[in-house]
Ligand binder design. Structure first.
Ligand SMILES: [Zn+2]
Length: 324
């Protein structure tokens, strides 16, 4: 059986984000299903409209929208498309609060990130810059109330075939992949990208006062799981298809091990803040990439801490890390 079904069509849409274009997938059949929507951004809306038109459809023909995760480049147009077509919107329940209560959740996240950056030792000017960039990104998505869940263990019918829903937290807590076992075909969203190592972005606890999730640890576990899956081709959320999933996973795991070693190396001469480690590893970055770099350092410190290599303590609101 050919891995690529004739009912599944990739549509590429531009985004205003540094990651570049996003891949959306249209599954023909009843209901006509769109997997991810692209951001609320004129050129993306246009690319989607053209992509649908080339296959003989209009946005109003959509019957179902599946969202792989809550990032604006993947779900930003969901409200608009669901509104104009009546399509039902399905995604992992972990994404429900952020999708449905977009403005409040965004505020909660911005406050969480500000406190986290302060604890990381970032100067106030840098924190204000990150706040501004994050607020600016708000306009690329709108709130949408999901109609139902896509959870681990569920299957979803696309083009007459059963696809398994895999919950693969890491890049975000509510990220799902879809897997068609007979074709050994994986829709990997941002869990696995061929040309970019997908950043497991630090996220607030699901509930106020809860423990912050360790996204890099989640991510590494889910990478290993994906590598064990018999896969012919993975179709990702950005960039070209992946034909050697285990090989790519192995190189990602090696990359993270190397990064953890660099973080440990940065602590060789004594305790450092996360901000100092980030500057040592990535000296020149704009605000949004600095945020992503800090997130990456936090992930690797989580990993090193679990393995007993590092420990930290707070002094006057700033956390200092040292190797043990
Ligand atoms: Zn993403």
């Amino acid at each position: 059986m050919s891995p690529l079904p004739s009912y599944l069509h990739p549509i590429t849409a531009p985004t205003p984000f540094p990651v570049g274009p996003v891949n959306l997938y249209l599954a023909e059949g009843d209901p006509l299903t769109l997997i991810d929507t692209g951001p609320r951004f004129g050129p993306a809306r246009e690319a989607l409209r053209e992509g649908l038109a080339a296959l003989g459809y209009r946005p109003a023909d959509l019957g179902r929208i599946l969202l792989t995760h809550i990032h604006g480049d993947h779900c930003g147009l969901a409200a608009e498309l669901a509104g104009s077509s009546g399509a039902e919107v399905l995604t992992h329940p972990a994404n429900f609060p952020q999708l449905a209560d977009y403005a409040d959740e965004r505020e909660r996240r911005i406050a969480f990130y500000s406190a986290l950056m302060q604890e990381a030792g970032m100067p106030p000017g840098g924190i204000a810059q990150i706040d501004r960039v994050q607020r600016g990104y708000g306009r690329f998505a709108e709130p949408v109330r999901p109609d139902g869940p896509l959870e681990e263990g569920m299957t979803v019918r696309l083009g007459g075939e059963e696809w398994q829903v895999l919950h693969t937290p890491g890049h975000t807590g509510g990220l799902i992949c879809l897997y068609q076992p007979q074709r050994r075909l994986l829709l990997s969203s941002d869990h696995l990208l061929r040309d970019i190592s997908s950043n497991p972005i630090v996220e607030p606890p699901a509930r106020e006062g809860g423990e912050r999730p360790h996204r890099l640890l989640d991510y590494l576990a889910q990478l290993e799981r994906i590598a064990r899956l018999p896969t012919e081709v993975a179709l990702p959320g950005h960039g070209p298809p992946i034909t050697d999933v285990p090989g790519l996973v192995a190189s990602r795991l090696a990359f993270h091990e190397q990064r953890a070693r660099q973080v440990l190396e940065a602590l060789r001469d004594g305790p450092c803040t996360i901000y100092q480690i980030t500057l040592a590893l990535f000296p020149e970055l704009d605000p949004i990439n600095r945020f992503l770099a800090i997130s990456e350092v936090i992930g690797h410190l989580d990993w090193l801490q679990v393995q007993g290599w590092v420990e930290s303590q707070i002094e006057e609101g700033v956390r200092w890390w040292r190797s043990v």
